[in-house]
Design a protein around this ligand. Structure first.
Ligand code: IPM
Ligand code: MG
Length: 359
């Protein structure tokens, strides 16, 4: 089997964590006797430096021609601390999501048994938590127009917009995922305040008629933020709009013990993108200390969601679980000696190549 993988390492710790994911993917290549062609492309602050554009056309063409995109991170403090910058790295990520039509961002959250003690939450609350947040990714306040500043500069505004069609397609996808899991869907909104949320609620309620076997509940986002950390085991599939999903998934990462552990899959119309949910973590960039597991686990999702080799995904996940169990982990989750980013990557690739029997 021959597949094309676009590799967009991006900024900050992006290149380091992507290198580790590639080690795992190459180990899979050997093990499963498949052939991948890797094509690197620029994105984010690095792309601005080289081309003036955070998502150059050439990068888009490479993504369009690939079977999957493996993505690191984007963001740079030079832009974070310059609110007047006209071109920003994040615009590259948003342009990529929009142009590839990636309307659904799937973020699985589960507590690793051997890590429950690392979470600031009580073990009995999180042990066994296992849910999935489906975040709408190409609409809402991230993209709505108009946006900007008043002429005198004293007022700023953003617009949150959703169409029925946008809500229907993500809603349908969420019901389908719920159907394949525990048949329970929580739709998170702010329907007591926002018109967009009321359209979400109305549309999801109507869709429910096509999925009568799925139990549906609605929850206001403020209440969901509280329930996620007080009773995470009650959730199975959560569907929500772009901004709420962004915030709730960072919060949910506390359940796993580290933001560095959460992978994601963005799927939609064109090529799917696989990326860790953590950002570019510039303080750690180049130090070989960042946790590569979120990116390696994103590669596992790539095999399941895009490359159609689910056993490879399972094998990568198993190797990651072993690294956690055996303490071959970076400082953010280490109890004893911390390993470096590349040591963890080598160890996991080694497990994939040799130690774990093919499932
Ligand atoms: C994420 C990130 C991005 C977002 C940033 C980097 C633009 O936080 O993928 O969750 O807000 O969507
Ligand atoms: Mg985020």
């Amino acid at each position: 089997m021959q597949k094309n993988i676009a590799v967009l390492a991006g900024d900050g710790i992006g290149p380091e964590v992507i290198d580790q994911a590639l080690k795992a993917v190459k180990a899979i290549e050997q093990r499963f006797k498949c052939r991948f062609t890797y094509t690197s492309a620029l994105v984010g602050a690095t792309a601005i430096e080289h081309t003036g554009d955070p998502y150059p056309d050439r990068t888009h063409d490479i993504c369009m021609q690939s079977d999957a995109v493996l993505f690191g991170a984007i963001g740079d403090p030079r832009y974070d601390n310059d609110p007047k910058a006209k071109i920003r790295p994040e615009q590259g990520l948003l342009a990529m999501r929009k142009k590839l039509g990636l309307y659904a961002n799937i973020r699985p959250v589960s507590a690793f048994k051997s890590l429950v003690h690392k979470s600031p939450l009580k073990t009995e609350l999180i042990d066994g938590a296992d849910f999935m947040v489906i975040r709408e990714l190409t609409g809402g306040i991230y993209f709505g127009e108009p946006r900007g500043r008043s002429e005198n500069g004293l007022t700023a505004f953003d617009t949150c917009t959703y169409t029925r069609t946008e809500i229907e397609r993500i809603g349908r996808l969420a019901f389908e995922y719920a159907r394949r899991r525990a048949k329970k869907l929580t739709a998170v909104d702010k329907a007591n305040i926002l018109a967009t949320s009321r359209l979400w609620r109305e549309t999801i309620q109507e869709l429910h008629a096509d999925f009568p076997d799925v139990a549906l509940e609605f929850m206001f986002v403020d209440n969901a933020a509280m329930q996620l950390v007080t009773w995470p085991k009650k959730f199975d599939v959560v569907v929500t709009e772009n901004m709420f999903g962004d915030i709730l998934t960072d919060e949910a990462s506390v359940i796993t013990g580290s933001l560095g552990l959460l992978p994601s899959a963005s799927v939609g119309i064109h090529t799917s993108v696989f990326e860790p949910i953590h950002g570019s973590y510039p303080q750690a960039a180049g130090k070989n200390i960042a946790n590569p597991l979120g990116t390696i686990l994103s590669a596992a999702l790539m095999f399941e969601y895009a490359l159609n080799i689910p056993e490879a995904g399972q094998l990568i996940r198993l190797a990651c679980e072993r690294s956690i169990e055996q303490g071959v982990v970076t400082a953010d989750i280490a109890t004893g000696n911390a390993y470096t980013t590349s040591e963890v990557g080598d160890w996991i690739a080694g497990q994939i190549s040799a130690c774990i029997p093919t499932p």
